[in-house]
Design a binder for this molecule. Structure first.
Ligand code: TNX
Length: 617
């Protein structure tokens, strides 16, 4: 190892690679990257050595090599008596090594003859992800990896991505693909929003009607006229749920990728689907409830905090906790309309008996009682920031979504916090550009740069309380996302920006480098793999008006291998138009306007929105 280090240091001092991407294309950008001249050649003769052949990260790497048709047999270093990196053409994955790396961190050394990766558990896995991102496949079936020395570890321990499967259901294969994408970008927590007004999606053996009735709705609202709550429905029954067996399968799949799954069981609001199955859960069981067919908050339907209902809810949670290894259970707690509690004699009596202040006090009582149960089973609760109303349950972790105020308040009180504010570009159900050329969305605007610019640690938070910000998450609510293709479109490339927010030290963040040098390569990979994503507009093209006589137009493709087409006369550009190949000098005669429009079309045929630059003289 010493020899290898010395060699690397020597070469490093000679380096002359300043024009290249300092992050070597890696997303999220690592803590430290030192590029070195030369390449390692990966072929079917490459030997994989390790001190931990059973480690999941090692098995994952072997699986990757196998699929790529490269050498994938693994040799236990302990059996052959060889030490790290001494065999030519070897990749050595070590979990026992002397150097200290922070939790989830790794060190990767690549020279022309050896690759050595040091990391423990998730750290080794993330090193493998970096290595995989560095692989450049060649046409002859071999591959090269550029020489480098990388040291890396995450900024936050909680790096989350959420998926709402209630408003629209996504099947096991899709969830696995989602986990694959998360793992590739070093995200480690999958927040699975399993229940809501519009569908109950997790099998609970003790209460079978939750899925028999609660997983189906009669029809679904379609479309969304701007600002108007349209009442057009599709007249088509809709449903779906996961069996416990399927859930266990997904949990194992996630574990192999060092991802923890946090299940969310919503309460006391957002629970109409459960009340359709068991009306006794409501404050007025004489009413009939049906699984909700439209979006927004169900005006006055929430769980009634009776002892019988606590029994049902804690039974459900007990099954959920038996199923999921996660320490955290998310119990929702958001958007709880209090009218039903105000009207209910039982609730008013309970407020008096328990000496609670009002219905907010009742919400706090509800969550605290649930917390007591969850804590008694050695688990912890996470709730949306509304759980602060009326007083926070003693050990709760808060997910701050209505801006950062809730998160700041909870952290000042000494509670752990996960930042996920919609205002920070972390609501991936918001549009990526405010334009009717974008697909229908819930509204809002969360362009890539906005997600990228988010910093989860608020400046106004006291320094000694900052440690309570344990991480950051983006949410994919699916009211207006009915298909996998649209979910991918809304997710990508924003999830890559989230990954960098969650992982990369602030000082290493650089939007220009991210969007212009690294993203194009990653998008080309999605393009080839059949994964949908939003095609960014051409780099250098803008929706704007510019005044002058002479214009230099310099564009670059936002997806490697894609073509930019343009028109200069107001026509909508398409593949029959002129491809942009070289910078253009455009002279606009006096009193004239040239309407310069562009579109990007990728190798798989995906299209960007059209940009429109008006050049006015
Ligand atoms: C608010 S975020 C909700 C969800 C919606 C979402 C739409 C949160 C805790 N509650 O129920 O799906 O807005 O953006």
């Amino acid at each position: 190892m010493k020899k290898l280090l010395l060699l690397l240091l020597l070469v490093l001092s000679l380096d002359a690679f300043a024009q290249h991407d300092p992050n070597m294309g890696i997303i999220p950008a690592p803590v430290s990257v030192k590029k070195v001249q030369g390449d390692f050649k990966l072929s079917s003769e490459t030997i994989i050595l390790t001190d931990s052949p059973e480690c999941r990260a090692v098995r994952f790497f072997a699986g990757y090599l196998r699929k790529a048709g490269l050498g994938s047999s693994i040799t236990d270093i302990n059996l052959i008596g060889k030490k790290d990196g001494v065999m030519k053409n070897s990749v050595t994955l070590l979990t026992n090594f002397k150097d200290e790396v922070p939790k989830e961190g790794y060190e990767l050394f690549i020279d022309e003859n050896h690759i050595v990766l040091n990391g423990r558990n998730a750290g080794l896995f993330y090193g493998v992800q970096t290595l995989m991102q560095l692989v450049q496949k060649k046409n002859d079936g071999t591959a090269t990896i550029p020489c480098a020395a990388i040291r890396d570890y995450p900024r936050f321990p909680y790096r989350g991505m959420h998926l709402d499967v209630s408003r629209h259901f996504f099947d096991v294969d899709f969830v696995k693909q989602y986990l694959d994408l998360m793992a590739a970008y070093k995200l480690n927590t999958f927040h699975w929003h399993l229940t809501d007004d519009q569908g109950w999606r997790i099998e609970i053996k003790k209460y079978p009607k939750l899925t028999e009735i609660g997983s189906m709705r009669a029809q679904t609202k379609i479309g969304r006229a701007a600002g108007v709550d349209s009442d057009l429905y599709d007249n088509t029954p809709y449903g779906g749920f996961y069996t416990q067996e399927q859930i266990t399968d997904i949990i194992h799949y996630a574990e192999d990728r060092y991802i923890t799954i946090i299940p969310e069981i919503e309460m006391p609001g957002h629970s109409v689907a459960a009340m359709a199955a068991y009306p006794e859960l409501s404050c007025d069981p004489s009413k009939s409830y049906k699984v909700r067919e439209t979006w927004g908050v169900a005006e006055d339907d929430v769980y009634c905090p009776s002892d019988d209902n606590f029994k049902i809810i804690t039974d459900i949670l007990a099954e959920v906790m038996d199923l999921f290894p996660s320490r955290y259970i998310h119990i929702g707690g958001d958007e709880v309309p209090k009218d039903a509690w105000k009207k209910s004699e039982f609730c008013q009596q309970l407020i008096q008996d328990r000496d609670l202040k009002d219905v907010n006090g009742l919400q706090s009582y509800f969550i605290s009682r649930i917390e007591l149960f969850v804590n008694s089973r050695d688990h912890n609760i996470i709730g949306w920031d509304e759980i602060l109303d009326g007083g926070l349950a003693p050990n709760a972790t808060v997910m701050s979504w209505r801006g950062e105020a809730g998160g700041i308040k909870a952290a000042q009180l000494g509670h752990d916090v996960i930042m996920t504010p919609g205002s920070g570009g972390l609501y991936f159900d918001h549009a990526q550009l405010k334009s009717p050329q974008e697909p229908l969305s819930i509204g809002g605007n969360a362009p890539l740069w906005k997600t990228y610019a988010y910093d989860p640690v608020p400046k106004e938070l006291d320094k000694d309380k900052r440690k309570h910000i344990i991480g950051v998450q983006a949410n994919l609510w699916t009211e207006y996302i009915a298909t996998p293709a649209k979910a991918e479109y809304m997710l990508l490339p924003r999830m890559l920006a989230l990954a960098e927010v969650a992982w990369t030290p602030t000082a290493n963040k650089d939007y220009k480098n991210f969007a212009e040098m690294r993203i194009p390569h990653h998008l080309a990979h999605f393009d080839a793999e059949g994964i949908n994503y939003r095609v960014p507009t051409a780099i250098g093209a803008k929706d704007t008006t510019m005044n002058g006589g002479k214009f230099n137009i310099e564009l670059a493709s936002p997806v490697e291998g894609a073509t930019i087409y343009y028109t200069i006369d107001g026509y909508t550009p398409r593949e029959t138009d002129l491809p942009y190949t070289t910078p253009l000098q455009i002279t606009v005669p006096e009193h004239n306007t040239i309407d310069f429009k562009t579109i990007v079309i990728t190798p798989s045929g995906k299209r960007s929105v059209v940009t429109d630059m008006k050049l006015v003289n």
